[in-house]
Ligand binder design. Structure first.
Ligand SMILES: Cc1cc2nc3c(=O)[nH]c(=O)nc-3n(C[C@H](O)[C@H](O)[C@H](O)COP(=O)(O)OP(=O)(O)OC[C@H]3O[C@@H](n4cnc5c(N)ncnc54)[C@H](O)[C@@H]3O)c2cc1C
Length: 569
């Protein structure tokens, strides 16, 4: 594998495949294609292979580099659920149900079962759903972080949900609503250093000796401006290459692709590249002086993100100040995770209430916000989301993280219905597109957040969790009290929520008439060889945390691309 930011050193400017973006999904796709083909990856960030800050899972890093999100994220390992994948398939994506998708998640994974010590501290797993030969290391923190806190949180969750939530070995086996368990992460234990390391896409699919590919060239520090296309007789568009410029500025270059261009620049940047290439809402493109090549109004629409209720800090009781509770210096986010279902959270009234709220999501919303291309898109998504909740899809997620003086409780929505847009406002590729997620603009999303907030209040006053924090912790945290009205809880939610940073949907895989951008084969509608294989294709937030599911998307994409190649050769 060649990794360079010096384009003058390259032997050729023509490759069979060009992969746009060397992030989480891009490096995985490129690795698989390069086994038998010449592949060029173009990444705007730098190669930070030796950066201790990137590689150390306990150090936050905010830059952009090879590995993309997987090099900077919190490494919380979660998978979609059976119900979530069923919803994805029901939206019009045959071949994307749980049973079809699981083998691709397994292919990417190298799972390390818990050690005897971790097992004794509460870690567990179900062997048959994991992969053990893939490149991405997934494991529990060694030693398990804050076992006393984990145990207290698990017990309290079961009490707070009246025993309806049960202790599960793990969350990654598909039927995951209604359970609490310890969380694993995208980390691996380094025997030489005797410490955990981040399992980024770069450290999984690019750097290791076993993953070297003769056909693979990776250019760093360069931006893809746009995809070059030609129009065939029937009006179909064929991608022929990409227009590139150094991220630091400089001369524009052209690279040619003889087979396919695969876009993996992420939810924020992939729609921007399409828009600069003349693919998107034609009226919008013309307003920026771009000549439309393909009128696809879904590009940059259906953009969504989960919300987090964070900044919930409960001061630690003096008696609880031990590393078993605080995790010492080594704190990974999400050490215990609970996924209540709608029924767990709201009781039998929940079905009726959420069905009514979800299935009656107002069409005026569509018109006023413009996040979806038509009202049918929103109502169809709401219907499959309601069905997913009715099976056992998690309604929200609760997780806990310790520090030396406080315990933090976090809540995250999972399947939001609010939809927004991402659009460029200039043709200059060095200027970021403008994201507008329209957080909490649909009533159903507020109902989920209010239900989650109420459970955080209950947890704070229920032993054994409450024994670990001070008696006044709930009041000090600012979280609404147990007898707060729905309106008061809603006000708190709206004033304290933060983005979940699990952006998806801006080039959704769904039928074109609903605003879809790619087909179930991940081909951009109206093109013969332009695919998208990153988080932007995920039409609903079916991955509670995105990364492990996205590796499945990348593996499945590579498989489909290689199958298409075998037909044409
Ligand atoms: C702070 C943070 C914490 C997170 N925590 C978690 C977590 O704990 N667990 C979890 O599962 N997920 C987490 N996520 C989400 C997860 O990391 C992302 O959803 C995932 O990495 C997205 O993968 P992707 O391949 O779609 O995009 P990315 O990994 O972002 O890859 C896109 C790549 O394309 C490059 N690029 C963009 N534009 C261009 C261009 N024009 N030309 C060339 N290259 C370009 C980017 O630099 C980037 O490297 C977190 C994200 C963040 C930001």
């Amino acid at each position: 594998t060649v990794i360079t930011n010096d384009t003058s050193a390259l032997a050729t400017s023509s490759y069979e495949y060009i992969v746009v973006g060397g992030g989480t999904t891009g490096l995985a796709v490129a690795n698989r294609l390069a086994v038998n083909h010449s592949v060029l990856v173009i990444e705007r960030g730098m190669d930070l292979v030796d950066s201790e800050v990137v590689n150390d899972p306990y150090e936050p890093f905010g830059g952009s580099c090879l590995g993309g999100g997987s090099s900077i994220n919190a490494m919380m390992g979660a998978r979609p659920t059976f119900a979530g994948m069923s919803a994805l398939e029901a939206l019009g994506n045959p071949g994307w149900g749980w049973n079809d998708f699981l083998p691709y998640m397994q292919k990417s994974e190298n799972f390390t079962p818990p050690t005897a010590e971790q097992f004794a501290d509460g870690a567990n797993y179900i062997s048959v759903v994991h992969g053990f030969d893939g490149p991405v290391g997934v494991s529990f923190a060694r030693p398990l972080v804050a076992p006393a806190l984990q145990s207290a949180a698990k017990s309290t969750i079961q009490t707070v949900f009246d025993g309806k939530i049960t202790l599960a070995p793990e969350m990654g086996y598909g039927f995951s609503g209604g359970h609490v368990s310890s969380f694993y992460h995208h980390i691996h234990f380094n025997e030489t250093l005797q410490t955990d390391r981040r399992s980024s896409s770069a450290w999984s699919y690019l750097y290791p000796q076993t993953q070297q590919r003769e056909g693979l060239t990776v250019i760093t520090g360069h931006l893809v401006n746009s995809v070059l296309t030609s129009t065939g007789d029937g009006g179909n568009i064929t991608a022929t290459g990409v227009l590139v410029q150094p991220a630091a500025g400089g001369q524009t270059l052209t690279f040619n692709a003889s087979r396919e261009v695969v876009i993996t620049a992420g939810t924020l940047y992939s729609p921007a590249i399409l828009q600069r290439s003349g693919i998107g809402n034609a009226t919008f493109l013309q307003s920026l002086g771009i000549t439309p090549v393909l009128d696809l109004p879904g590009v940059g629409a259906n953009f969504q993100d989960q919300i987090l209720l964070t900044n919930v800090s409960f001061p630690l009781a003096p008696s609880a100040n031990t590393t078993n509770v605080t995790g010492g210096g080594d704190v990974l986010l999400g050490i215990t995770v609970a996924h209540p279902t709608m029924i767990d959270a709201l009781g039998q009234n929940g079905t009726l209430m959420m069905d009514t709220v979800l299935r009656n999501t107002s069409t005026t919303y569509t018109v006023s916000v413009g996040g979806v291309v038509n009202s049918e898109s929103l109502t169809t998504q709401a219907a499959v989301i309601a069905d997913a909740y009715a099976i056992d899809n998690p309604f929200f997620e609760l997780f806990f993280t310790p520090s030396s003086t406080v315990l933090e409780a976090w809540a995250q929505s999972i399947l939001p219905l609010s939809r927004g847009t991402i659009r460029i406002n200039t043709t200059d590729p060095s200027i970021d597109p403008v994201p507008d997620a329209q957080y909490l603009t649909v009533d159903a999303d507020i109902s989920v957040a209010v239900a989650a907030a109420r459970r955080i209040s209950s947890i704070a006053v229920t032993p054994p969790f409450s024994d670990l924090i001070t008696e006044t912790a709930l009041a000090e945290s600012g979280v609404p009290s147990l007898n707060a009205t729905d309106e008061q809880v809603k006000e708190w939610v709206l004033s304290t929520y933060t983005p979940g940073i699990h952006f998806v949907g801006s080039n959704s895989m769904m039928p074109k008439e609903l605003g879809g951008v790619v087909s179930p084969q991940l081909l951009v509608y109206g093109t013969t060889n332009l695919r998208i294989a990153d988080a932007s294709i995920v039409p609903m937030s079916i991955f509670p945390h995105t990364t492990l599911g996205l590796y499945g998307v990348a593996e499945k994409a590579a498989d489909m691309i290689l199958q298409a190649a075998s037909v044409t050769t």
